[in-house]
Design a protein around this ligand. Sequence first.
Ligand code: FPP
Ligand code: ZN
Length: 439
Amino acid sequence: MLNNDNSEIDEVIDIVIEPYSNMLYKSKTLQDKKEVDDTIAAIKVDPNQTLNVETHLNYILYFLISGNKLPVGFKSMNAISPWILYWLICSLMILKDPPISMGSGMSLELIMSKLKKEALLKLRKFQYNISTHIENDNDDLLHSGFSGSFMQIPHLAPTFASVLTLKLTNNLEQFEFKDMKQWFMDLMTKDRHTGSYELKTSTPIGEFDARAFYCLLVSAKLCHIDLGLDYLETLWDMLVNSQSDLEGGLNGHDKDQESHGAYAFCTLSSIIIVLDQLRLLKPEKYKNKRLHDFINIDRFIDWLAHRQDVLNGGLSGRHNKLVDGCYAYWVGACGSILNIYGYINPINMPMLKSYILNYSQDNVNKNPGLRDKPGMNADFYHTNYILMGLSLCEYENEMYLPDTFCDAIDIKCNNVKGKQVHCVNPVYGLPIYVLTEVK
Ligand code: FPP
Ligand code: ZN
């Protein structure tokens, strides 16, 4: 017989909810998550929402064509000057058929030719003179890595951002990189205590993390710097031994450490770039090898799957953290890369696209630019990586390698019609059309 008295059930619910409420009360992360969930729940999802191209274009152009003079409040960003150039120029070049003349009165060609000149002038001053260690106007001496601004030491992160900017503006051929290889070699050091190799982002001081591998490898590839078999195999050993034992994510550093979406991206992409070269240099060992021969792909896929919030489709960088639009690229690209290389992409890309279009842009007030999450302001970094993430969603299942083992720089795409953004190479972080002539 059915008993309509629910008191026992209520009691059980109380017992379950009580500790949860306690947790909610005490845990900053859970409080933040609840706040984000509530803010997101208040936004009505439009399944037909598209990218507010004009609004974002105005945001990008406002900063790009105002003589590169950022407002005074941006002063603290001085040390990331090449990044600002890369984020803004890449954002502009990802947009498909941007209605430029509406806002600026200039054609896209004119804007690109101005940007080409300005990027060249600016980045010339940031390339380091390894032989004299002082900033020097003599072009012949400026042949090493790039720093984040005037009179700073070179670092792999601004070097990567500079090289990508030069590629986007078709300026790479204007530069020489004859000291770059030696600088890359100097960044590899041996730990005095363990005897194991480490790659630093800068020297004499610098960080050891997965960004170093990725920034170095992409820069070397685009600048046609041959790193040599020994160097590549040393990097390879470090890379394939950096899958977190605890979680299965790639962290690029240490099996005992936590994984993170951005470092997982840097590690996975680095593994792909090194393997592309080892297959040619040492075919007897690497020719027919695939990713699962070196990393536990099932555990990695499982870790990746847990990055997605099943309610709103957004991605987080690590366990117990909040969704953030920039992971649409860092984590989304890991999913796209797996897909291109014949594995399952555990990220639900239509749901990710819905997160981007409904929550990463402000559809109510039409505030320009793209943002981490509702309630936050847009910025250059998020605008670029969210546009790239959107591209990965739009070209889901359309990207492919012409031959199973060909170089990742040759990734191609189908069906470009009807898309709002260009197809981005998930490994190199540049629109595919920019990379076509790199060999
Ligand atoms: C965590 O911050 C973020 C990091 C620890 C690293 C961020 C790294 C990148 C964005 C990638 C850099 C890549 C290149 C190519 C240079 P958090 O703890 O505030 O973020 P979370 O809450 O989302 O984990
Ligand atoms: Zn972010």
